[in-house]
Design a protein around this ligand. Structure first.
Ligand SMILES: [Zn+2]
Length: 140
C-alpha cells in the first residue's frame, strides 16, 4: 500500500478513537436521572392507583436502570425491569413524563396496541402526539 494512503488510514482510526464516548457525561448525570425517574414513577403509579387500585397494583416493577444507550429513550422487559436513557434529563418535563408513563404502561400491556394507548392516555391525554415528538428528538 502506498505510504500516504496508509498514513491517512491510521489518522482516521485515531480520530475515531479520540471521539468522546459520552461515558463521562453519562456517569456524571446517571444519579440525577435516577432520582428524577424514581420520583416520577412513584407519582404516576399513585395516579393510576387513584383511577383504579387494581390497575395500580399491576404496575409493579423490579429493577430500574439508567442507561447510556443509543437510539431509545426507555424500554421495559418481560421480567418487569424498566430502563431509561440518562438523556431523559435533557427533555421537557412533558416529554420526560410521557416516556416514564409509556414504560410504566408496558408493565400492564407489553405491546403498542389500542389497549396500550388507552392506558397511557388515561394519565397523559396527548400521549400519541408526544410519542411523535419523542421519536423526533435526537438521541446521542
Ligand atoms: Zn413502547
Amino acid at each position: 500500500m502506498p505510504y500516504r494512503i496508509f498514513f491517512r488510514r491510521i489518522r482516521r482510526t485515531q480520530r475515531v478513537r479520540r471521539k468522546p464516548s459520552g461515558r463521562k457525561e453519562y456517569l456524571l448525570h446517571r444519579e440525577s436521572a435516577r432520582v428524577l425517574v424514581m420520583e416520577r414513577l412513584t407519582h404516576f403509579v399513585a395516579e393510576y392507583t387513584k383511577l383504579d387500585p387494581i390497575l395500580g397494583q399491576s404496575m409493579k416493577y423490579n429493577r430500574v436502570s439508567i442507561r447510556n444507550q443509543r437510539g431509545r429513550w426507555g424500554s421495559c422487559s418481560s421480567k418487569k425491569n424498566l430502563n431509561f436513557n440518562y438523556r431523559i434529563l435533557t427533555l421537557s418535563p412533558e416529554l420526560r413524563d410521557y416516556i416514564i408513563v409509556h414504560e410504566l404502561c408496558h408493565l400492564k400491556e407489553l405491546h403498542h396496541g389500542e389497549s396500550f394507548w388507552k392506558l397511557v392516555e388515561r394519565v397523559i391525554p396527548n400521549g400519541q402526539a408526544l410519542n411523535v415528538q419523542a421519536r423526533r428528538m435526537k438521541l446521542g
